[in-house]
Design a protein around this ligand. Structure first.
Ligand SMILES: Cc1cc2nc3c(=O)[nH]c(=O)nc-3n(C[C@H](O)[C@H](O)[C@H](O)COP(=O)(O)OP(=O)(O)OC[C@H]3O[C@@H](n4cnc5c(N)ncnc54)[C@H](O)[C@@H]3O)c2cc1C
Length: 380
């Protein structure tokens, strides 16, 4: 029997594995994807300053080429065809950067590389169909019928669908995120944009020489936008974006992700714990999902490292972990869900209160500081 079985060695499960690699425990990580691949291609991830500190400590940051990490020096927030703008800058907060943008694929490669150096057993092409627990141990059932037994199963598969005894609350946003990579006529200078348009929020994340685009819209609009010619796509984007940024020159890798809010309640079950998107899946509007998942991984690692082997996965340990994560999880869900409502609502009737909120944010230093802090570090 293993001490810890990690189901899903993606960005969150892989980070957890690295954070407990020196514990002396017997650890196995199971992942459905083949070595060197990612399950759903690439996307731009904005990570917070805390995320960077976690990656530095675990040797992940050093494995990312300098060009793969783009500092965000400012975030420009505005809305189309209505008043109200604000700009959050790293300088005014005395930080080297407000956050960093990393490609999901580059991050996964760095984590895989770091894992390979630890000697942790990582089984690729290993799809887990069910995780069950008894008072004595957890079983991860692999497609084909084999079972992996462990004192503790950590589910980090991005969905958490296969865990016995965990109910999931799900709310479909009726929206998808259309992601793509864009080039612009002039350099981005580290400036990210969050723009609220009549068809949904649009985020531009500076990544390398390009921008990563996250454009929220209805599934039907996204189906059409994916099929547009590059010229039409860039023209429509410029129209929505207005004068704030209108020098888009090329687009590639258009792809859509359905958006829903999902919350595992509770995020622990017999001998099992859910982390990252398996525990909560958020609207990407404020780039909080992965950052919250990283904090799950980091705090679970602290709990695992502090727990005697015989007590791993026991009720007391799981209850302690659930209690220490409760506030951060619920605050993260409430913050992004609230923002998605305030900022995703369509129509002129919502534009003026939103404009007031942005103007107030711009005029009130303490409000701006609090908002920036929430964006960077979470609400706990
Ligand atoms: C368009 C978009 C933009 C986003 N932007 C941001 C952002 O800017 N900042 C941010 O913080 N967050 C962002 N997010 C959220 C972020 O992508 C997720 O929170 C993060 O990827 C979650 O990591 P994870 O490791 O929990 O899950 P995943 O990334 O889903 O990884 C799951 C891992 O488990 C493996 N797996 C899946 N099923 C199984 C199975 N049955 N058995 C075994 N292994 C399995 C997969 O191969 C994968 O390696 C965004 C999300 C979207 C959709």
């Amino acid at each position: 029997m293993h001490d810890v079985a990690i189901v899903g060695a993606g960005p969150v499960g892989g980070t957890l594995a690295l954070a407990i690699a020196q514990s002396g425990l017997s650890i196995v990580a199971l992942d459905a994807r083949e070595a060197g691949s990612t399950l759903r291609g690439d996307r731009s991830l904005a990570i917070s300053h805390v995320g960077r500190l976690i990656f530095e400590r675990l040797g992940i940051f050093a494995r990312l080429a300098p060009a793969a990490v783009t500092p965000i020096t400012a975030i420009d927030i505005s809305q189309a065809r209505a008043f109200g703008t604000t700009t959050l800058t790293a300088d005014e907060h005395g930080l080297p950067a407000l956050g960093y943008v990393i490609s999901y694929r580059a991050l996964q490669a760095a984590i895989d590389d770091a894992l390979a150096a630890t000697g942790i057993e990582l089984r690729h092409g290993c799809e887990v169909t069910m995780v069950t627990g008894t008072p004595a141990s957890a079983h991860a059932i692999v497609a084909g019928g084999d079972a992996v037994e462990a004192r503790l199963a950590v589910v980090a598969d991005g969905t958490g669908a296969a865990v016995a005894g965990v109910a999931r609350k799900r709310r479909d946003y009726g929206q998808v995120a259309l992601v793509a990579k864009l080039t612009t006529g002039s350099p981005h200078g580290g400036v990210a944009y969050e723009r609220f348009t009549t068809s949904g929020p649009v985020a531009l994340l500076p990544e390398g020489e390009r921008y990563g685009l996250v454009w929220t819209m209805t599934p039907q609009a996204a189906e059409e936008a994916v099929a547009w010619s590059d010229e039409r796509f860039l023209a429509e984007l410029s129209r929505h974006f207005g004068a704030r940024r209108d020098d888009f020159t090329s687009v590639r890798e258009r792809k859509t992700f359905p958006l829903s809010l999902e919350l595992a309640q509770p995020a622990v079950a017999a001998r099992a714990v859910l982390v990252g998107n398996a525990a909560q899946s958020l609207h990407p509007i404020a780039g909080q999902g992965f950052n919250l998942g990283l904090r799950d991984a980091f705090e679970l690692a602290q709990e695992i490292n502090a727990t005697p082997r015989d007590s791993l996965g026991g009720h007391a340990m799981l209850a302690r972990y659930a209690a220490r994560r409760r506030v951060d999880r619920y605050a993260g869900v409430a913050f992004t869900h609230g923002l998605s409502h305030i900022f995703a609502l369509d129509g002129a009737i919502f534009a003026w209160p939103r404009g007031l909120a942005l103007a107030a944010l711009d005029a009130l230093p303490f409000a701006k500081r609090a908002f920036t802090r929430a964006m960077l570090f979470g609400l706990s």
